[in-house]
Ligand binder design. Structure first.
Ligand code: FAD
Length: 283
């Protein structure tokens, strides 16, 4: 196995273009356990963390740019970021432990393509975009177009995510993320739910509802969004949000939760996240 640590995006593109068996990594918190458990070893490991553009977070002109290899602890420790995106910050802060969060990145969490990845529902709910680089140049795509199935992405051979863009939320807008795990920490979500709402007084004027770990990919729930918009988040609306989230589920049955359990919990977490997001938007 070879190890390469490029210092520029172009150098990384060159390394990947010349080696069909090369694989990028950031924190390696998914990659190393996978290699140890017998997954095929990439011939060349391309470390993205030495490329300045891939590490760091800054805001300019109403958009946050977050390097794809930035440790999630950098984001949760940034008061401006956490203030603008409380749900995305709490989702990033749920990944593993402090030690894991000093390594784990959004790029790895997304491109590992687990349906249970915690930051992904929150990235969807915030309308994040991914800047993808490859030998054909750079392109910007909505984050929800990257993962196509468990362990599968739409990235072509030799492509990788350079950075994420997330627009600063409009006024009276906030997000929230809740997940259920069988123990208090260090476990994978049985269900995750991210909601972002914009409020005009008591009335919701815009909403994103996204659920994770209940289908092969993270899911947006348009019926729950439609129920929220124009409502005051009264009890009937929240029950409609829960029913829509449960109806959207297509979960697996495993030791962490049955299909029935995950389906019910998805509804409960979606309505609770909506309530928290609305309270934050109005505070
Ligand atoms: C003990 C432990 C606990 C964990 N707990 C959680 C948890 O609670 N919630 C959760 O969601 N995850 C959890 N994880 C999984 C993991 O930590 C996260 O998915 C993390 O965000 C992965 O980031 P990384 O930078 O370490 O990815 P890496 O391991 O470096 O990469 C993961 C995959 O993404 C690809 N990749 C990485 N960066 C890019 C890029 N920029 N462009 C294209 N492809 C890329 C790699 O090729 C690889 O296939 C846990 C892992 C461990 C070991």
């Amino acid at each position: 196995m070879k190890y390469a640590a490029p210092t520029t995006v172009d150098e990384a593109i060159g390394l990947l273009a010349g080696d069909a068996d090369a694989q990028v990594f950031a924190g390696a918190t998914d990659l190393i356990p996978q290699i140890r458990s017998g997954r095929p070893k990439p011939f060349t490991l391309v470390d993205l963390k030495k490329i300045d553009r891939l590490v760091g977070a800054s805001e300019s002109g109403g958009t946050w740019t977050v390097g794809a290899a930035t440790p999630t602890s950098t984001l949760t420790g940034n008061a401006s970021f956490a203030g603008a995106f409380p749900g995305l910050s709490e989702a990033s802060g749920l990944i593993g432990s402090d030690q894991i969060q000093n390594r784990s990145s959004w790029g790895g969490n997304l491109c590992n393509a687990s349906p249970a990845a915690d930051s992904v529902p929150a990235l969807f709910a915030c309308g994040a975009r991914a800047v993808v680089a490859g030998s054909g140049g750079e392109r910007t795509v909505p984050v929800d177009e990257i993962v196509t199935g468990p362990g599968q992405t739409s990235l072509a051979n030799g492509e990788f995510i350079v950075e994420f863009e997330v627009d600063t939320p409009p006024a009276n807008t906030a997000d929230a993320y809740l997940r259920l795990i069988p123990r208090t920490e260090m476990d994978i979500a049985v269900v995750g739910a991210a909601v972002r709402v914009t409020m005009d007084g008591d009335t919701c004027t815009d909403a994103s509802v996204v659920i994770g770990a209940v289908a092969p990919t993270v899911l947006r729930v348009p019926d729950a969004e439609a129920a929220l918009v124009g409502s005051t988040l009264d009890d009937a609306t929240l029950e409609a949000v829960a029913a829509a989230a449960s109806a959207a589920c297509n979960p697996i049955d495993d030791k962490r939760g049955t299909i029935e359990y995950r389906t019910q919990v998805a509804g409960v977490l979606a309505k609770r996240s909506a309530k928290i997001a609305a309270e934050r938007a109005n505070s």
